[in-house]
Write a protein that binds this ligand. Structure first.
Ligand code: AHG
Ligand code: MN
Ligand code: MN
Length: 346
């Protein structure tokens, strides 16, 4: 006899979700909903990017087994010692962007100059291919950060396509490689989180329309640098360590992984404040504007949080002068960032 049960009843009984939203399906749906007349080039570009994420995730998973951990013997454009996975991640990302045929300009943390590809790509991509690489050998989460601009009107690809304010980005996000790979993406219409199902080989929508909590008593900063902080930053952090009335006398908790992606991932999900302030010695921050500060600032704002520099200016409105420019940064829950702002000298 033929089984008359509707399909969804059977799948419910077996506890199997049969209508999952993959990243590819999500991207196509968003395009139809928000830009029905779009050419689809950004969708194709995001599709090529997800291949890079899967490939990097695969290499990170097998790193310990095939001796990919450790230093490569080279240094990158900002003088950091490169790890083998920095080099491999960079190559994978460059190849994926080149073969997508949708990217004209690429800026990578690992490349001194920008790369201009042949072909008629309409987008410029900025990336930190492996963020948090000092953590790799210990098996701690690292990630890939990216920001995307559409080329300027009439441009055939130049540095001017990326030396622009963060407010001009059309998409941004990161993939964090940990126990599983998590992709957080914004195309300017909120933040959506995807988890890589390694058996299906697909990123699955797991955190739709993610919002950061308004406040949370967690601070995330490398306090080892505090000797070189300006006094008002020292005072702000010292005050967080005092008993908090709202928390019945408990002070803030400190959480610092040392991989920006991991610290931002936690901040997005739990709330709190993450900072890498400029120090009084170099008078500069450590994090790079185009491929660390801007993408994270866009994500945080799109999730309902805030992202500012040490002076309280909106990160996304900074105009970078060089592709590897740095900035002090504060980002996280709106309530926590507003609290920091009250400490900035007028
Ligand atoms: P990268 O590995 O791409 O050079 O980035 C490292 C960054 C960032 O991930 C992290 O927030 C910060 O450096 C940590 O710096 P400290 O070790 O100075 O705390
Ligand atoms: Mn980084
Ligand atoms: Mn890096």
């Amino acid at each position: 006899m033929v089984d008359q049960q509707p399909h969804d009843t059977v799948s419910k009984q077996m506890d199997v979700e049969t209508d999952i939203i993959t990243l590819t399906r999500f991207i196509l749906q968003e395009q139809q909903k928000l830009a029905p007349n779009a050419t689809g080039e950004l969708s194709l570009l995001l599709n090529s990017m997800q291949f890079a994420f899967k490939f990097i995730a695969h290499n990170i998973r097998r790193a310990e087994l095939v001796n990919l951990i450790g230093v490569s013997g080279t240094a990158n454009s900002t003088g950091d010692v490169q790890k083998k996975l920095d080099v491999i991640g960079d190559e994978i990302f460059i190849n994926a962007m080149k073969s997508s045929n949708n990217v004209k300009v690429l800026v990578s943390e690992e490349q001194e100059d920008l790369i201009i590809f042949d072909g008629s790509g309409k987008y410029a991509v900025c990336t930190d291919p492996i963020d948090g690489s000092s953590n790799i050998d210990a098996g701690v989460s690292v990630g890939t950060i990216f920001g995307i601009y559409k080329l300027r009107e009439g441009s055939e690809g130049s540095i001017n396509d990326v030396l622009r304010r963060g407010t001009e980005m059309v998409a941004a996000g990161y993939t964090m490689y940990g126990a599983s790979a998590h992709l957080m993406l914004t195309t300017g219409n909120g933040v959506n989180g995807f988890t890589l199902d390694t058996q299906l080989g697909e990123f699955i929508l797991t955190q739709p329309s993610l919002k950061i909590p308004y406040e949370k008593a967690i601070y995330s900063v490398n306090e080892g640098n505090s000797y070189y902080w300006p006094d008002y930053v020292k005072k702000y952090i010292e005050d967080l360590k005092k008993p908090q009335e709202k928390l019945k006398g408990k002070p803030y908790s400190a959480r610092y992984v040392g991989s920006m992606v991991a610290d931002i991932h936690r901040t997005l999900l739990y709330g709190g404040v993450f900072s890498y302030p400029a120090d009084t010695k170099s008078k500069n921050g450590k994090l790079r504007i185009l491929y660390e500060c801007f993408p994270m600032a866009m994500l945080l704002e799109q999730a309902g949080g805030k992202a500012i520099n040490d002076k309280g200016e909106r990160i996304l409105e900074i105009l970078p002068k060089g592709i590897h420019d740095k900035s002090g940064i504060w980002l996280g829950s709106t309530g926590e960032i507003e609290k920091y702002i009250t400490y900035i000298p007028k």
